[in-house]
Design a protein around this ligand. Structure first.
Ligand SMILES: [Ca+2]
Ligand SMILES: [Ca+2]
Ligand SMILES: [Ca+2]
Ligand SMILES: [Ca+2]
Length: 533
C-alpha cells in the first residue's frame, strides 16, 4: 500500500503545490504543520526538521562537492529503547534546492524509509538476541528492525516523478549501548556511507550526535548566564538526532550546471531548505494498525536556523511550516519588524545576565529591518559588506524567500583553518553562515547579533552590546568529524548522561516540589531526580 501511495503522491506533487498556493492566499488558518518550535510539530517529532546545513565539503579530496544535511527527530535520549529511533516510514523527507531565486525548488532529493522486522516474537525491538545479541555489522541478524531507504532526485530533466538513484540502502541502528552496538562508528556508522551514482556523490542516513549547540536558557526570559563566549551550558549535550546527509558535485546543483569560478557569479548561489510531508489521511484501524494515505502535505519546513523560533509569530508558526518559500511574502511583516530583539531588550533590561556583567539598555534599529531581510530572505548583494572579499549570496526574484543561501564559488574554510570564525561573516569568514551553514557555525550568536543590528549593515548599532552577544556556548560539546557526514558519532545509550549544567551547581528545587540533586565528581552519574508529591 505504501508504494502505491508513494508513486501516486509523486504525481500529485504539482497538484498539491497549486493547492497549497491557493490555500495560502485564501486563509492561513487552514494550514496544519509542525516543528518543535511550532505548536503542531512539537507533537510530531518524527516529521520535525531540526537543522539544515549546506556547505562546501572541507574533507580532503572533496573540494568539488557540496554537503547538504537535514536533521530530524530532536531531543533523543540515547537510552530511549527498546524501539530506539528510526525515521518514520510514513513521512516523505526532502532536501530542496532553488537555484533560480523564485522560491520554487528546482532540485529535490527525496528520501523514503521502510522498516523490516526479522523476529516478531521478541519482546524487544530494534535489537534482540537472534544470534548473539551484538550488532557488529549492518547485516547482523541481531539488528532486528533494520530500516532501508530510497533516494530519488527530482529536477527539470526527470519530470515530477523524479529518478530513483538508490534503493534498499540500509540505515545503521541507533547507538543502543556498548554491549549491543560496540565500536559503533567503525562497525555501523562508516559502513552506512554509500556512494550514489557514478559522479562521486555520497549519502548517509542515520543517528548522529546533536550538533546544534546553544544554551536553551535563552527561552527563560533571555536567561544568559553572561555575554561571554564560555560559561554557558550546551543544553543539547549528549542528545542525538537522526540525520539525512548527501554530498553531491557542485555542478549538479547550480542553475547552469557548471562550476562557477567567480564569487560574484549569480549562478554561484543556491538556496537550500528541507521539508517533511505526511499523507493527508491517517487511518487508525480497530486491529491496531495505522496507515496514511492521500496526497503528501508538507508539515515541516526549515532553511535558516531559528527563523521560525524567533522571528515568526506563534499564530503563524504552523502555517510557516506548511509554506513553500515561494509564498514567504506573508511572513515578511515579521521579518521587517521582528519582536525577538524587543524581547531581548525588555528581558535584559529587567533581569540583566545571571553573572551581572550586563544590565542596561539596548538600542535597536528601527523598522523596517531591511538588514534582516537581506540576511535571511533575499541574500546579500555583491559589494554590500565593505572590508570583505567581494561576493554575493543574493538569490531572489525580488520576493522574500527564506532558506539557506550558499555561494558555491566561495572556497570552503574548515574549522580550525586560517580565516575560520565560528561567527562566519560577522567574524570576517565568508566561508560560513549566512553563506550557507557549516556545522561549526555559532548561529545562535550570529543571529542574535543580527537581530540586534550588531552587523555592518546597521553601523550605528554595530556596537557593544549589540555586536558582542554570546550565549556562553561556542562549540558542540562532542565536537564534529572532519569528514562526511561531519556530525559526530551518536551518543551511546546505557551510559549515564553527563550533566547539562555546571559541576558547581549542587541542588535546585523542582517545579512540582520534587527535589533535584546533582551529584558531582562522577562524570557519568550526574544527576538524580526524586519526585516528592
Ligand atoms: Ca527555482
Ligand atoms: Ca550479532
Ligand atoms: Ca552535541
Ligand atoms: Ca554561542
Amino acid at each position: 500500500m505504501k508504494n502505491l501511495f508513494y508513486e501516486k503522491s509523486l504525481k500529485m506533487t504539482r497538484i498539491f503545490f497549486v493547492a497549497a498556493l491557493c490555500l495560502s492566499i485564501s486563509g492561513l488558518n487552514t494550514f496544519a504543520s509542525s516543528h518543535a518550535e511550532a505548536p503542531l510539530t512539537s507533537m510530531d517529532r518524527y516529521a520535525d526538521n531540526t537543522d539544515v546545513y549546506a556547505f562546501r565539503s572541507s574533507e580532503a579530496g572533496r573540494a568539488g562537492f557540496v554537503t547538504l544535511i537535514a536533521n530530524f527527530i530532536p531531543l533523543q535520549d540515547p537510552s530511549g529503547g527498546p524501539q530506539f529511533f528510526r525515521f518514520d516510514d510514513t513521512v516523505q523527507y526532502e532536501i530542496k534546492i532553488d537555484n533560480t531565486g523564485d522560491g520554487l525548488q528546482d532540485i529535490t532529493y527525496q528520501f523514503m524509509f521502510q522498516t523490516n522486522i526479522l523476529n516478531r516474537n521478541t519482546v524487544l525491538g530494534m535489537n534482540t538476541i537472534n544470534i548473539d545479541g551484538q550488532i557488529t555489522s549492518l547485516a547482523d541478524l541481531d539488528y532486528n528492525m533494520p530500516q532501508t531507504y530510497s533516494v530519488r532526485r527530482i529536477d527539470g530533466s526527470t519530470g515530477p516523478n523524479g529518478q530513483l538513484i538508490a534503493s534498499g540502502l540500509r540505515m545503521p541502528p541507533s547507538n543502543i549501548g556498548p554491549r549491543t552496538t560496540p565500536n559503533y562508528e567503525t562497525n555501523l556508522g562508516q559502513p552506512a556511507i554509500y556512494p550514489l551514482g557514478t559522479d562521486g556523490s555520497r549519502v548517509f542516513c542515520g543517528q548522529r550526535d546533536e550538533g546544534f549547540f546553544l544554551d536553551l536558557g535563552v527561552f527563560d526570559a533571555i536567561g544568559y548566564r553572561s555575554l561571554a563566549p564560555t560559561g554557558g551550558v550546551d543544553t543539547l549535550r549528549s542528545f542525538n538526532v537522526n540525520t539525512i546527509a548527501i554530498e553531491v558535485p557542485i555542478q549538479s546543483l547550480t542553475r547552469n550546471g557548471a562550476v562557477p569560478t567567480s564569487t560574484t557569479d549569480p549562478n554561484a548561489v543556491i538556496g537550500v531548505f528541507s521539508t517533511a510531508s505526511r499523507g493527508s489521511l491517517r487511518t487508525i484501524a480497530a486491529n491496531g494498525t495505522r496507515s496514511q494515505t492521500g496526497t503528501f502535505v508538507q508539515v515541516s519546513r526549515l532553511g535558516s536556523p531559528l527563523i521560525n523560533e524567533v522571528v515568526i509569530p506563534l499564530g503563524l508558526k504552523d502555517a510557516f511550516n506548511s509554506l513553500s518559500p515561494v509564498n514567504d511574502a506573508v511572513a515578511a511583516p515579521a521579518v521587517l519588524d521582528p519582536e525577538f530583539p524587543k524581547i531581548i531588550r525588555q528581558a535584559l533590561g529587567a533581569f540583566g545576565t545571571f553573572d551581572g556583567s550586563f544590565a542596561g539598555t539596548i538600542n535597536l534599529p528601527p523598522a523596517p529591518r531591511n538588514d534582516i531581510a537581506a540576511i535571511f530572505v533575499t541574500g546579500i548583494p555583491a559589494g554590500a559588506v565593505p572590508g570583505l572579499p567581494n561576493y554575493t549570496t543574493f538569490l531572489s526574484d525580488g520576493q522574500p524567500h527564506e532558506y539557506l543561501r550558499l555561494n558555491v564559488a566561495i572556497a570552503p574554510v574548515a574549522a580550525g583553518a586560517t580565516g575560520f570564525s565560528r561567527l562566519g561573516l560577522l567574524g570576517g569568514d565568508i566561508g560560513g553562515f549566512p553563506n550557507g551553514r557549516r556545522v561549526q557555525d555559532d548561529v545562535v550568536d550570529i543571529e542574535v547579533r543580527a537581530l540586534l543590528g550588531g552587523t555592518p549593515f546597521t553601523p550605528t548599532f554595530n556596537v557593544s552590546p549589540n555586536n558582542a552577544f554570546n550565549d556562553g556556548v561556542s562549540a558542540n560539546f562532542e565536537g564534529f568529524l572532519t569528514r562526511f557526514p561531519y556530525l559526530q558519532t551518536p551518543n551511546a545509550g546505557n551510559t549515564p548522561r553527563p550533566a547539562n549544567f555546571p559541576a558547581t551547581q549542587t541542588s535546585a528545587p523542582n517545579e512540582d516540589g520534587g527535589e533535584m540533586s546533582y551529584i558531582n565528581g562522577f562524570p557519568g552519574l550526574s544527576y538524580l531526580v526524586k519526585p516528592k508529591k
